[in-house]
Design a protein around this ligand. Structure first.
Ligand SMILES: Cc1cc2nc3c(=O)[nH]c(=O)nc-3n(C[C@H](O)[C@H](O)[C@H](O)COP(=O)(O)O)c2cc1C
Ligand SMILES: [Fe+2]
Ligand SMILES: [Fe+2]
Length: 392
């Protein structure tokens, strides 16, 4: 794909990664991703905003083939998917300095062994004149590392937001408005990457609102030519109360826990509670993360294995604890053969969320009628709590 113009002074020069299916050796990429990089040309100076994943550096350097001079390279985030090819860019353009936040400087030196002499740090609100264009740096920390910042091209109202507002989506469309599946990809990205930092993000979001950008150009996925929907989606994900939804994540070796889960899902659905049900042997953890964004209650279904939860359930609980969703209640259902501490251990794994823990439903082997009746009571309790708290 050739460089494409975003505005009169901004060219998209990044790389689309159609084939990658796993990011950070952790995050499923059902639709690939992109590493966006932007060339900004003012009357006096030319700037490159972010680089690309090192494996795709030839794509970036190829798109810069006709660019004889760069005055500055801006690194908004030290993570390697945007910084990894900076050493090659800096080698190609020995006259360019590297601009980054104060916190990013040491990180770029340590992560990539970039020479500190090439680096100039910029502060929140600092401006860089490109002649007829001005680039203003905006501190947006914890989106999603401590050093992250954004850059605002004042005259054209373009916000370069790096990972913030990004989506893992490989598409031939430059703008989100023309691309398929952006809303889901953006929510998935928020859930996996940004949700743990919802609190610091509130401040950044307010700052972005004040800037009133006309275009938001993130470093993954398409560009927002009409930023309103992504801004209001972020405000909703970050600040709205939980919804009347439960995440039911389970694993079952011999089918007993699954019977409890079936009954619970039926009971919740009959009462109008939205259910996201996940078989943890098969689910894409990104889908689970997405469901966590809005859920009011988390339910884990697990058999007892060697005294504790099944490892798949423990992994999901560990992940949910890290992602810091806004759910308020936890319940565990499960089957055991003799004894164990599966429910307690799930509760411990989710300790960081300070959830109200509902009575677990644990049965020996196949659930008996009284166990299913206990599941019905659990469904009623979840429904009642959601109503009491006004989860819509
Ligand atoms: C590898 C393995 C380890 C187990 N360890 C325990 C245990 O430590 N304590 C216990 O009470 N049951 C243990 N069980 C028994 C299961 O918890 C029991 O069979 C349960 O009913 C399975 O539920 P499921 O049908 O949902 O898989 C173990 C079963 C397996 C296969
Ligand atoms: Fe990142
Ligand atoms: Fe990234």
């Amino acid at each position: 794909m050739k460089p494409r113009a975003l505005t009169p002074s901004v060219l998209a020069v990044g790389a689309v990664d159609w084939d990658n299916r796993l990011f950070d050796s952790l995050i499923p990429l059902p639709d690939g991703t992109s590493y966006n990089s932007y060339l900004v040309r003012g009357s006096e100076a030319t700037v490159l905003v972010d680089a690309v994943e090192p494996g795709m550096k030839d794509v970036l350097l190829g798109k810069l083939a006709e660019v004889p001079r760069l005055d500055h390279v801006v690194s908004l985030h030290a993570e390697q998917d945007h910084s990894g090819s900076l050493p090659d860019v800096l080698a190609r353009y020995p006259g360019a300095d590297l601009l980054c936040s104060v916190k990013a400087k040491d990180m770029l030196v340590d992560l990539l062994r970039i020479s500190p002499e090439r680096i100039r740090t910029v502060g929140d609100g600092e401006e860089l004149s490109l002649g007829d264009r001005t680039m203003r740096f905006v501190a947006t920390p914890w989106a999603h590392w401590p050093e992250t910042m954004s850059a605002f091209l004042v005259e054209e109202g373009v916000l370069f937001s790096c990972d913030l507002f990004g989506s893992h989506l490989a598409t031939g469309s430059l703008f989100a408005e023309e691309a398929e599946g952006v809303r889901e990809a953006a929510k998935r990205y928020y859930a996996e990457i940004m949700m743990p930092f919802a609190k610091p993000l509130r401040r950044s979001l307010a700052k972005v609102r004040d800037l009133a950008p006309r275009i938001i150009a993130p470093s993954h996925g398409p560009v927002f030519g009409d930023p309103e929907w992504i801004l209001s989606a972020y405000e909703d994900w970050i600040s709205s109360p939980p919804r009347n939804r439960a995440v039911v994540a389970y694993v079952s070796m011999h089918g007993s826990t699954r019977l409890l889960v079936d009954r619970l899902v039926d009971g919740l659905a009959a009462r109008g509670v939205g259910v996201h049900r996940f078989d943890l042997t098969a689910t894409d953890l990104g889908k689970l993360a997405m469901a966590l964004v809005d859920a009011g209650t988390l339910v884990f279904g697990t058999p007892t294995v060697l005294g504790g939860p099944h490892p798949h359930a423990m992994q999901a609980a560990y992940l949910a604890n890290l992602l810091k969703p806004k759910a308020e209640h936890l319940a565990v259902v499960g089957s055991y053969g003799w004894k164990g501490r599966a429910a307690e251990k799930i509760g411990e794994a989710l300790g960081g969320l300070h959830l109200t823990v509902l009575d677990p439903v644990l049965c020996r082997g196949l659930p008996a009628e009284e166990d299913l009746a206990a599941v019905d009571r659990l469904a009623a309790r979840i429904d009642a709590l959601h109503r009491e708290k006004g989860f819509g």
